[in-house]
Design a protein around this ligand. Structure first.
Ligand SMILES: Cc1cc2nc3c(=O)[nH]c(=O)nc-3n(C[C@H](O)[C@H](O)[C@H](O)COP(=O)(O)OP(=O)(O)OC[C@H]3O[C@@H](n4cnc5c(N)ncnc54)[C@H](O)[C@@H]3O)c2cc1C
Length: 468
């Protein structure tokens, strides 16, 4: 007798959330089909459907752990391909509040793969599963449902070149929408009579601008990346990782409309204003390998599917379609992985029930959302209600970063929370709080430039965030 809970699951979107969904669905459905409007096979570079893939992406520690569970040996594959990896808290150079954090040996692995390389490796592992197939260059048009819209029965797709045509129907026992931030499920639910989910938005007016270089000097000194973190007094940040091919990627981040320019002079002037002066020293005479490109991210958006009164059977939403986080905290792929773990648990109990699934992923999203949304509220220009908890949390996190400039134990505790391995409460344990108080006074620590409050790109909120 078959152990399957259904014959066919169709995953809409072959980005990270779609791939991770397909991986766990392959254990429970006879066939899994991933539909994407892009060409995916053989693509290891940036692609149209994932424009953010041109910019720095870091996989948080918890995400790395889950990927290794789902794809044993993935880390070894990266190593064999020459992708640099090291300790998140010890081998990356972090600046918060203009101060360099004291490195710690945390055991938390950071893989310095670009987003396209990471995705291509994961896609290769998913494609190797015998019951997973890909339908490339096909756009998703709409859902198919039973009369009354109580159950989703499939999806209409059309070849991407003539997406305006009539399309064809793919029947499915389960449809998983992983089309990302532009997901049309809210509109489809409205058409089917279920209403739209409530949305929470934090307007951050963020932009990333990225350029690649071949350096003529080595600013890293053994580190994998140099990451000065944006802060209220200097909302300009950067990620500057070394890449597997020996080049360097420089992603600049600017908040609240202070966007890093794409003209070379403006780009360099922005670099000069960062709180890690070695980045400017390294790139001002380096060979640029391309022109700067920008990605604008107006707001973080959380869709509250768990609060809808009705929801059709046979449909789930995962990844950015449920919650699209301010990317400087580096949470999106890890949250997609955490959601895949929840889906796997549901599948082990039988056919997944959408309302239960959304109820169970809500607490998984709560922590990273509090970290990023709370952290963003440390910036006075970001609109939103600042509860006492958020304000106190932001003050505490600012002191914690000051302490981490002196105390490696504080650095390690911070990255375990930022990496979504430990809960935020871990930062308030009496022993750690004492170390924060003891080490966060005004004694000078080793500083870069421009001090102030802060948070961590590709990582965590300095502020209310982690405090929640
Ligand atoms: C600038 C930037 C930097 C980021 N940095 C990080 C980071 O450091 N760490 C991190 O974890 N996360 C980061 N993120 C977030 C991360 O990119 C996403 O959270 C993650 O990729 C999960 O997204 P997803 O799979 O839900 O959607 P996406 O990655 O957007 O994938 C959606 C897929 O659906 C396909 N698709 C969309 N519409 C259709 C359609 N109608 N028909 C067919 N196919 C369709 C697309 O082609 C694409 O393949 C960053 C985001 C941005 C914007």
């Amino acid at each position: 007798m078959s152990d399957h809970v259904g014959n066919r699951a169709v995953v809409l979107g072959g980005g990270m959330a779609g791939l991770l969904a397909a991986r766990v669905l392959s254990e429970a459905y006879a066939d899994v089909l991933v539909v994407d409007r892009d060409t995916l096979s053989g693509v290891a570079g940036p692609r149209r459907g994932v424009p953010q893939g041109r910019h720095a992406h870091a996989l948080l520690a918890r995400g790395q752990q889950i990927l290794e569970e789902l794809f044993p040996g993935l880390g070894d594959e990266f190593a064999a391909a020459g992708v640099p990896a090291g300790d998140l808290a010890g081998d990356l150079r972090w600046y918060f509040n203009g101060r360099r954090l004291r490195p710690a040996r945390s055991g938390l692995v950071s893989v310095s793969a670009t987003r396209p390389v990471l995705e291509a490796r994961v896609r290769a592992r998913v494609a190797a599963l015998p019951n997973v197939g890909f339908l490339e260059r096909h756009a998703v048009l709409s859902l198919r449902s039973t009369p009354g819209g109580k159950r989703i029965t499939g999806v209409r797709v059309a070849a991407a070149e003539d997406g305006a045509g009539p399309g064809r129907t793919l029947e499915a026992d389960l449809v998983v929408d992983a089309t990302g931030r532009g997901s049309r499920t809210p509109a489809w639910l409205e058409e089917l009579g279920h209403g739209r989910p409530e949305e929470e938005r934090i307007k951050v007016g963020l932009a990333y601008t990225t350029r690649h270089y071949r350096l003529s000097s080595d600013p890293y000194g053994g580190d994998l990346s140099i990451n000065p973190v944006a802060s209220p007094a200097n909302p300009r940040g950067a990620f500057f990782p070394k890449l597997h091919d020996g080049s360097s990627m420089l992603s600049l981040t600017g908040l609240l409309g202070d966007h890093p320019p794409t003209d070379p002079e403006g780009f360099l002037a922005f670099v000069r204003s960062l709180s890690a002066p070695e980045i400017y020293e390294a790139v001002r005479d380096a060979e640029p390998l391309d022109d700067p490109v920008t990605f604008r991210f107006p707001a973080s958006v959380r869709r509250r599917y768990e609060r809808l009164r009705s929801f059709p059977e046979g449909l789930l939403v995962m990844g950015d379609g449920v919650c699209s986080f301010n990317p400087v905290y580096g949470q999106g792929m890890t949250v997609a992985a955490l959601e895949a773990v929840v889906l796997r648990e549901h599948l082990r109990r039988g056919v997944p029930r959408p309302r239960r699934f959304f109820r169970d992923i809500a607490p998984v999203i709560d922590v990273p959302w509090e970290i990023s949304a709370g952290g963003d509220l440390a910036f006075p220009g970001v609109e939103g209600r600042r509860s006492l908890k958020t304000r106190l949390g932001n003050v505490y996190m600012s002191r914690l970063h000051a302490a981490a400039a002196r105390d490696a134990g504080v650095t390690e505790a911070f990255f375990r929370v930022a990496g979504l391995v430990d809960p935020p409460q871990a930062l308030f344990r009496p022993g750690l709080a004492l170390r924060v108080l003891r080490n966060s006074g005004d004694r000078p620590a080793r500083t870069g430039r421009a001090g102030d409050g802060g948070r961590m790109p590709g990582g965590v909120a300095s502020s209310g965030g982690a405090a929640g």
